[in-house]
Design a protein around this ligand. Structure first.
Ligand code: PEP
Length: 279
């Protein structure tokens, strides 16, 4: 882990998975996650978990459950949204504005997740604009970047990540907010999540060395393109099949400042293990 405060986010995505457990005499449906009931259970597991004090912890429920989570989860854990509208709210059917997120107590928003890029089709510029608007309204951004498998195999990992970073840092709105002399406080509200797409939800975690190599390159990019101060202060977290068994090894790497966790964040005790893996 680096010198900044460790940061662990749980991305609960849009799961609604049910499974049937069949024993010789019982046929029972277990709802695993993504329902009011399963979220209550996850929240109560998190409320009783013992968490390292020196770690920022954030969970990101689906929009419709944010209020439930805010009203039942310990204040020790902050709440993030999984997306937001690009600007001020208004006549944008189906969207959720940053103002609405603030109104229900969300301090963070996850932007640029690979599922939004590659499944929904959001591009760098659109994501960069959302980030700029959220930051301008005082909502922190968990800014995801990461390459596809074929991009890694073609030796384009750094190019792809730098291009995505540039979109967060470089559009007009942000230029004025982030690249000016007094912009450092805005960078305090950004956590960069390096999430190689081939590692997300696949069980194929990046090795600590693979992750460290990209994290170090991202920090170097920040140093050359923003400032040495921002480079040293910005948390760069890793995401992609992190679990309770592999987090401690990853956390030892000097440029890994935390994790963004999908699947394993749906199990309270395992998520607590990941949070406590800070070294
Ligand atoms: C994610 O969704 O951001 C993620 C990293 O998922 P998983 O941990 O399941 O790979």
């Amino acid at each position: 882990a680096g010198s900044g405060k460790f940061f662990v986010g749980g991305n609960w995505k849009c799961h609604l998975v049910s499974c049937f457990l069949i024993s010789p005499c019982i046929l029972k449906q277990y709802t695993q996650n993504g329902t009011k009931e399963s979220i209550s259970k996850l929240v109560s597991d998190l409320n009783i978990a013992t968490l390292e004090s020196d770690v920022d912890v954030v969970v990101s429920p689906p929009f419709v459950y944010i209020d439930q989570v805010k009203n039942s989860l310990t204040d020790r854990i902050d709440v993030a949204a999984q997306n937001c509208w690009i600007g001020k709210g208004g006549a944008f059917t189906g969207e959720i504005s940053v103002e609405q997120l603030k109104d229900i107590g969300c301090k963070w928003v996850v932007l640029g997740h690979s599922e939004r890029r590659h499944v929904i089709g959001e591009d760098d510029q659109f994501i960069g604009k959302k980030a700029a608007y959220a930051l301008s309204q005082g909502v922190g951004v968990i800014a995801c970047i990461g390459e596809l498998l074929e991009e890694r195999e073609a030796g384009k990992t750094f190019d792809v990540c730098f291009q995505q970073l540039k979109a967060y840092a470089g559009n007009d709105y942000q230029l004025s907010i982030l690249w000016c002399a007094d912009a450092v406080s805005s960078w305090d509200n950004i956590v960069i999540a390096y999430e190689p797409v081939w590692a997300i939800g696949t069980g194929k975690v990046a090795s600590p060395e693979q992750a460290q190599e990209v994290h170090a390159a991202v920090r170097d990019w920040l140093s050359k393109n923003v400032s040495a101060d921002v480079a040293s202060k910005t948390r760069i977290i890793y995401g992609g099949s992190v679990n309770g068994a592999n987090s401690a090894e990853l956390a030892k790497k000097e440029d890994i400042d935390g994790f963004l966790v999908g699947g394993a964040s749906l199990k309270g005790p395992e998520f607590a293990t990941i949070i406590n893996s800070v070294t």
